[in-house]
Ligand binder design. Structure first.
Ligand code: G16
Length: 516
């Protein structure tokens, strides 16, 4: 049964004595040099998953916001969700199996899941622009081939495009046409229809600066622009074509969020609406530098969530409060929670999120739009199609924000004035083993190491309106510290002091992180 898989594995994609790796928040992610065998095995696993689900499965090669030398792989389930959690454990087991025990582990998986080998399979494979991605994609294709799976090689795509392709395929075109052209056409048509013929409205102008993080987002945005015509006037920087351009290097959504400053190439902008995406274009961050003072201001995922939720409430003409739910970090948790609602709006502060509509809500919106003269209903129906509901999508989210700002006639300053954020700070602390930190209450309370939460509580009390949270990263080998307080200095100081405690109690490595 597995003879070919074992042979190719041993001869071309051996694990050897590489150390164990774990399927984390966004799949496997580490130094690209350590991933060849993992990719090969995930190709095989995707085929098994496809046979089980009798649907297309996606495999995306990317390490998103991580540095260029890293890479990673995440599996996409039939409805566009991240891989089901029980299969994360199977993925980890398979990735860590000894080379000569590959057949035993594959047998275990196939038997425990009741997989019928006679069934067909179909796997979409996509990759980001990292230098290591083509080689790693080949390892995945080899895995799929070794177990005679069928593959659709999507080439270089953004992560959300890959999710979109999988869903289109599995809904037999109902969600859209399963191609890049289908993706651009659907979203751009809805965007133009929502907006109407005049790209200017009130203080809104269609001019926008776009930071592509020197990655796939820049490439895909360029393609998208040919469909958007003059509905948007965009200048793209950090497109990865200039000598010395480095993926996520001093640019991109993660850089802007964490450093709270403009990315390379946009430092000198004044009053212009700017947007940054991350390395696989699933996160988006808005910002601008004040016209007069040059002061940097950021509009993150929280701002997008409130803008969208408020606008949907207006369109639906409902004055009721919007219920709020909390889950641990990771869109995989948020996406599931959001599906509990008729309309679920979810965004992480890092700019990763989307809006999901239940089938019933969508049917009602479309019926009302078709059967009444209500402009509100028609607008809402267009807006549903601007949104990539399959997963957080930087470019679709950006067009959603642009739609709402246009409808409100708002400049980016108007948007910022909607409410005042407390100053905040994010910080990384390097520790020997990030898993010594465990948390509860949707990652808002530290359980271990013992005593750390008491120290955090004591520090927080010293700062006006202070809050601080600590959690292990799911994508990098670090512990993340978040803090907020009444002033930026206080937020920085609180993060610094909490960082020192983490360093001391959780096995910090090297010097503690200096104060920002
Ligand atoms: C991935 C997840 C995000 C999550 C992030 C957290 O992002 O898809 O939902 O917010 O990891 O990473 P960490 O735990 O390191 O802060 P991405 O964009 O890197 O795939």
């Amino acid at each position: 049964m597995w003879a070919e898989a074992v042979k190719v594995g041993l001869e071309q994609h051996a694990k050897g004595d590489l150390k164990a790796i774990q399927y984390g928040t966004a799949g496997f992610r580490t130094d690209a040099k350590l991933l060849d065998h993992v990719m090969y095995r995930m190709g095989i696993l995707a085929v098994l998953r496809s046979k089980l689900k009798q649907a297309a499965i996606g495999v995306m090669i990317t390490a998103s916001h991580n540095q260029e030398k890293d890479n990673g792989v995440k599996l996409v389930d039939p409805k566009g969700e991240m891989l089901e959690q029980s299969w994360e454990a199977l993925a980890t087991k398979l990735a860590n199996a000894k080379d000569d025990e590959l057949d035993i582990v594959l047998d275990e998986i196939a038997q425990s899941q009741g997989i019928d080998h006679a069934l067909p399979s179909s796997v979409f494979v996509g990759r980001d622009t990292r230098e290591s991605s083509p080689r790693l994609a080949q390892a995945i294709l080899d895995g799929i081939k070794a177990v005679e799976g069928a593959v659709i090689d999507a080439g270089i795509v953004s992560t959300p495009q890959l999710h979109y392709l999988v869903v289109c395929q599995n809904t037999h075109g109902q969600y859209g046409e399963a191609s890049a052209k289908g993706y651009y056409s659907k979203i751009s048509q809805a965007f133009k229809a929502f907006r109407g013929s005049n790209p200017v409205n009130g203080r809104y102008s269609p001019k926008l600066m776009f930071d592509g993080a020197n990655g796939v987002g820049a490439q895909k945005m360029k393609e998208f622009l040919t469909f958007l015509g003059d509905s948007i006037q965009m200048e793209i920087v950090n497109d990865g074509t200039q000598p010395g351009d480095v993926l996520n290097g001093d640019c991109g959504a993660d850089f802007v969020k964490v450093q709270q400053t403009s990315p390379k190439g946009l430092e000198k902008t004044r009053g212009e609406r700017c947007v940054s995406v991350d390395g696989d274009a699933d996160r988006v961050m808005y910002f601008y530098n004040d016209k007069e003072s040059g002061q940097f201001a950021m509009l993150d995922g929280d701002r997008i969530a409130t803008l969208v939720a408020e606008f949907l409430k207006e369109l639906l003409d409902q004055a009721k409060n919007v219920p709020v739910a909390c889950v641990p970090t990771g869109v995989k948790h948020l996406h599931h929670k959001a599906q509990d609602f008729d309309i679920g709006v979810y965004f992480e502060a890092n700019g990763h999120g989307t809006i999901v509509f239940s089938d019933a809500a969508q049917a009602k919106i479309r019926d009302t739009a078709a059967s009444s003269n209500s402009i509100q209903a028609q607008k809402l129906a267009h807006l549903v199609d601007v949104i990539n509901q399959t997963v957080g999508d930087a470019i679709s989210d950006m067009l959603l924000v642009e739609s709402i700002l246009h409808a409100k006639g708002w400049s980016i300053e108007d948007w910022r004035k909607a409410y005042q954020d407390l100053p905040n700070r994010q910080m990384k602390v390097r520790v020997a083993d990030r898993n010594v930190i465990s948390t509860t209450d949707a990652e808002r309370q530290v359980v271990t190491p013992k005593g750390l939460q008491d120290e955090i509580d004591a520090l927080v009390k010293k700062f006006p309106q202070g809050r601080s949270f600590v959690r292990p990263s799911g994508t990098e080998d670090v512990v993340r510290v978040y803090s907020e307080s009444d002033t930026q200095d206080n937020a920085d100081q609180l993060a610094y002091e909490v960082g020192l405690k983490v360093h001391a109690l959780a096995g910090g490595v090297g010097e503690p992180t200096p104060k920002p």
